[in-house]
Design a protein around this ligand. Structure first.
Ligand SMILES: Nc1ncnc2c1ncn2[C@@H]1O[C@H](COP(=O)(O)OP(=O)(O)OP(=O)(O)O)[C@@H](O)[C@H]1O
Length: 239
């Protein structure tokens, strides 16, 4: 039988992460399906970033496991962008080319793929500029282009707009929407409820290291299932 050509659905089965005897995440079951973005929300310290890092394989769970659909090379089919991108001391184009070289993309294909990714984020005109001279918003768009060039099945975004102004935030949201429309699954943390409403297909709500809800967005924002989520939506739950 031919293996599916996506790692989705991706499931967390009883995922846990503890440090020094303290549970940071506990007994998380969730399923990441293809489709509109999954937004991970919850109060500060709820475990959103830890969950994202576990799902991407940057942290090893201390309990449970992550199961992918049996596509070849699952780790290569996912990418992650952080709140503050770390760019190479190269041109904008050089930054977009680098992960393609690392991933073993044939040399003859790299330039076209990197330039297409820069076009997707509106940076093609800045291809020759030193990456570290870009504005904060442009740097984040380049980080997204670098990840998008790899054409991942899943793209994890950890608070990608946290240090950005409203215009730069809107540009990132448009890129997220464009990536989702072309079939990339976005899994994203945010503390911005307005952003979650604008982007989410479904919502994962974390509170004190526990997953309290995974709910379609229209349900979550109108009829949350748990009192904690209702309080959070009303701005009453800060931890
Ligand atoms: N590698 C680690 N080792 C030990 N503790 C950690 C580690 N990473 C995170 N923590 C702790 O786990 C808790 C959850 O952190 P996390 O960054 O996931 O929260 P968050 O929901 O993303 O919060 P915020 O909204 O403030 O970014 C915090 O108390 C944090 O200090």
């Amino acid at each position: 039988m031919r293996a599916p050509d996506t790692i989705l659905p991706l499931t967390a089965e009883g995922l846990g992460f503890a440090r020094n005897g303290v549970d940071i995440l506990c007994d998380v079951f969730l399923t990441i399906e293809p489709g509109a973005p999954t937004l991970i929300i919850g109060p500060n310290g709820a475990g959103k970033s830890v969950l994202l890092r576990l799902l991407h394989g940057l942290l090893d769970p201390t309990a449970g496991r992550i199961v992918y659909a049996p596509a070849p090379e699952p780790r290569r089919r996912q990418a992650m962008v952080f709140q503050r991108p770390v760019l190479l001391r190269r041109s904008v184009l050089g930054n977009a080319l680098y992960p393609l070289a690392l991933a073993g993309v044939p040399r003859g294909e790299r330039d076209a793929r990197a330039r297409a990714a820069l076009a997707l984020v509106g940076l093609e005109a800045l291809a020759g500029r030193p990456a570290r001279r870009l504005s904060g918003g442009e740097q984040q768009r380049l980080a997204l282009a670098r990840a998008a060039a790899l054409n991942p099945d899943v793209l994890f975004l950890d608070e990608p707009c946290a240090s950005l102004d409203p215009a730069a935030t809107r540009a990132v949201e448009q890129i997220v929407t464009a990536l989702a429309a072309r079939g990339t699954k976005i899994v994203m943390t945010t503390h911005d409820l307005g952003q979650a409403r604008r982007l989410a297909g479904d919502v994962v709500f974390l509170h004190r290291g526990r997953l309290l809800e995974q709910t379609p967005a229209e349900v979550f924002f109108t009829e949350p299932e748990t009192p904690e989520a209702a309080a959070f939506l009303q701005g009453q739950l800060v931890w």
